[in-house]
Structure formats: structure tokens, C-alpha cells
Ligand binder design. Structure first.
Ligand SMILES: NC(=O)c1ccc[n+]([C@@H]2O[C@H](COP(=O)([O-])OP(=O)(O)OC[C@H]3O[C@@H](n4cnc5c(N)ncnc54)[C@H](O)[C@@H]3O)[C@@H](O)[C@H]2O)c1
Length: 342
């Protein structure tokens, strides 16, 4: 039976990632998972087995037409987002949509404007923005202990599912674009990227993306869906200290190093830059263990209740999409630098 005090949520897309979001909606005390839709029959059967009291449909318009549904989670492939998100917002639903928000920044911008116009919450599932580790990275950077940020270097590899509507930049490197957008106040000035379709006839599955900033700060991300090794590593170097977050490790995933490179007052040795080096031991940072998607669903429900923007809102997702789109354009032109016009 519907509980009128809870936010009733309809769910569209119960494939690989959707069930993780559905689980967090279902266990939220102020939300009720009320309706699940998937065009695939086996996924509908799985949904019905997992959530026996929840209605299941193959047609998303049944959810959008249901006045009892307050909010919709859309966990389908990127190519379907523009139509589904806009239809849900027009139907008056609050929306949580998986990343990437869409396939173009124009679409992301119009979704964001539509949400604002209809006074609905739009949250984009840039999951890492809600992870304990990224929250710690933000605290460390904002505290100033690293000094002036010099660079952000990320590696994401593994044997991943290659999509046919977005390439590895919009699918995988986009995680780092969202993290960088969240962590640093400055926006990149230019991007230069190369990518390759390792499987002929498919979209690029590996990419190396470089963002340059006016201040001299630099961001590099390597993303590869065809690798025998799962790597999830971010290094951020500052003028005073450095850190490494290795999310593929079991323990001590985030460590700060009291390491740095400084101008030397000693006489210059021929052939060496006049610099001194300090190499520090890793200092592990204790992380909380709350699931990122639980924090994300908390933010979605609270944003609806409090009529405020979520952390991962349409504007930040649009900026991320602009970064991905510019990187893709550069890669299509053999790495030509592309200006980012904010
Ligand atoms: N944040 C993360 O770490 C993370 C990880 C994996 C996937 N994702 C994102 O989640 C989304 C889904 O990815 P996935 O790997 O679960 O894909 P998937 O193909 O496994 O699941 C998508 C599901 O949506 C269903 N579907 C498609 N169009 C539909 C429609 N119009 N109406 C109803 N159902 C429809 C499909 O039948 C399928 O079951 C993508 O946006 C992806 O980028 C995010």
C-alpha cells in the first residue's frame, strides 16, 4: 500500500547498475520503491523476484503517467537519457539519472533548464562525488596541506563492457572529469586527447586525455576498457605534499606522502636542475565505509524534500559533459587542442 509520507519512486532500467540504485532506494526510510520498468523480460522477472510487492512493467510511460509516482530513477544506457529524462521532467517527476547524463552537452543543458523551469530535482549519478574517499580528497585539498595543486593523474583500466552509444571517454574517463570538477575551483582552459578503437568497428575503448589550466595545473586521465588489470588510481601532487588514492587496493587505499620538490640553495650540480627532493613515507587516511550510492540517494531524497540542488546537479553534469565532448572532439582530430568555452 502507498505510504503518503514517503517519496514514491519509479525505476526505469533494471540491468547491471540499476539494481544497486534500486537497493538503496528500497532501504531509504523516506522513499518507497513503487514501480520498476525494463524492456527486457528476464530483467523484469529478476526485478519481480527481488521486490515481490513492487509493480513491474515493460512500458516506461505507465510510470510517467502514474500520479502516485513522485520521482523516477533512470538507469538505462546514455543514448536513451535525453528522451526519458525530459519525458519524466515534463510529467512532473524528480529525476535521478545515471552517468553520463546524456550524449551531448546541449542535451544536458536543456535537461537542466527543464528541471529548473518545472521546479524538479535533477541528480546525475556521478557516484564518486558521494564516495568517502572523494569527500576526504576534498577535505585534504581544501585544508591546504598539499600546498598549491600541481597535477591530477588518474588511471582507470579493466575488462569493461564496451558501449555502442558512448565511447570510453564519456563512459569511463567521465568519472575523473566529475571528480576534478568537484575538487578544484578552476576550470580547464584546453583539452587534448587521443583515443583508439582497439576492437575494429567499435567505438574507442582506450583514451589518454590531458586538460590544461591557465594556472599551470594539469590533469591527465588514462581510461581503457581492454586491460587484464583493474586499476583505479589517482595521484594528486601539491607543492608541499602529495597523495595517492588506489581504489583497487583492499587496505590503506588513500595515503598522503610528505614528499616534494623544492628549489635548492646549494650550488648547482652540472646536469641537474637546482632542486632538492623530500621523499616521505605514506600516511594512510582512515575512510568511512558508507556506500556512495546510499549517500547519493540520501542527497536525492533530501534535495526533493528541502527543494535544494543536490551535490551532483544538472549544472555540474553539464560542465562534465562539456569536458567529455571537447575531449572527444580533440581525439577525433588526432589530439588537436580544443578550447573550453565556459
Ligand atoms: N556509476 C557507475 O559506476 C556506473 C557503473 C555502471 C553503469 N553505470 C551507468 O548505468 C547506466 C546503465 O548501465 P548498465 O551497465 O546497467 O546497462 P545495462 O544495459 O546492463 O542496463 C540497462 C537496462 O535498461 C533497460 N532499458 C533500456 N532502454 C529502456 C527503456 N526505454 N525502458 C525501460 N528499460 C530500458 C535495458 O533492457 C537494460 O536492462 C548507464 O548510464 C551506465 O553508464 C554507472
Amino acid at each position: 500500500m502507498a505510504d503518503s509520507t514517503k517519496i514514491r519512486v519509479g525505476f526505469i532500467g533494471f540491468g547491471y547498475w540499476g539494481p544497486n540504485l534500486a537497493r538503496n532506494i528500497a532501504r531509504h526510510p523516506e522513499a518507497q520503491l513503487a514501480f520498476i520498468c525494463d524492456v527486457d523480460e528476464s530483467n523484469r522477472k529478476r526485478a519481480a523476484m527481488q521486490y515481490p510487492g513492487v509493480r513491474v512493467t515493460e512500458n516506461s510511460s505507465s510510470i510517467l503517467a502514474d500520479d502516485e509516482i513522485d520521482a523516477v530513477v533512470i538507469a538505462t544506457s546514455a543514448g536513451t537519457h535525453d528522451f526519458l529524462v525530459k519525458a519524466a521532467l515534463i510529467a512532473g517527476k524528480h529525476v535521478l539519472v545515471t552517468k553520463p547524463v546524456s550524449t551531448t552537452s546541449t542535451s544536458a543543458r536543456s535537461m537542466t533548464a527543464l528541471a529548473a523551469c518545472n521546479k524538479r530535482t535533477l541528480l546525475v549519478d556521478h557516484t564518486f562525488l558521494y564516495s568517502n574517499a572523494v569527500e576526504s580528497l576534498k577535505e585534504i585539498l581544501d585544508s591546504g596541506v598539499l600546498g598549491k595543486p600541481l597535477y591530477y593523474d588518474a588511471t582507470r583500466t579493466g575488462l569493461g563492457i564496451i558501449k555502442n552509444d558512448v565511447d570510453v571517454i564519456a563512459d569511463l574517463a567521465v568519472h575523473d572529469m566529475a571528480i576534478v570538477d568537484f575538487l578544484f575551483d578552476e576550470s580547464p582552459a584546453t583539452v587534448s586527447a587521443v583515443s583508439a578503437a582497439s576492437i575494429p568497428g567499435q567505438l574507442p575503448s582506450l583514451a589518454y586525455v590531458n586538460f590544461n589550466y591557465s594556472s599551470g595545473f594539469h590533469v591527465h586521465m588514462a581510461a581503457n576498457w581492454i586491460s587484464p588489470i583493474k586499476q583505479r588510481k589517482i595521484i594528486i601532487a601539491g607543492s608541499e605534499q602529495m597523495l595517492c588514492w588506489d581504489d583497487a587496493q583492499l587496505n590503506n587505499t588513500l595515503c598522503v606522502y610528505n614528499s616534494g620538490v623544492f628549489e635548492s640553495l646549494e650550488p648547482v650540480v652540472v646536469g641537474r636542475a637546482p632542486l632538492n627532493y623530500r621523499s616521505g613515507e605514506p600516511r594512510p587516511v582512515e575512510l568511512l565505509t558508507k556506500e556512495a550510492l546510499a549517500s547519493e540517494v540520501d542527497d536525492f531524497i533530501a534535495s526533493i524534500r528541502e527543494n535544494r540542488q543536490p551535490r551532483s546537479d544538472g549544472n555540474s553534469a553539464t560542465r562534465v559533459m562539456q569536458m567529455a565532448e571537447a575531449a572527444d572532439l580533440s581525439a577525433r582530430q588526432g589530439g588537436k587542442p580544443i578550447n573550453l568555452n565556459w
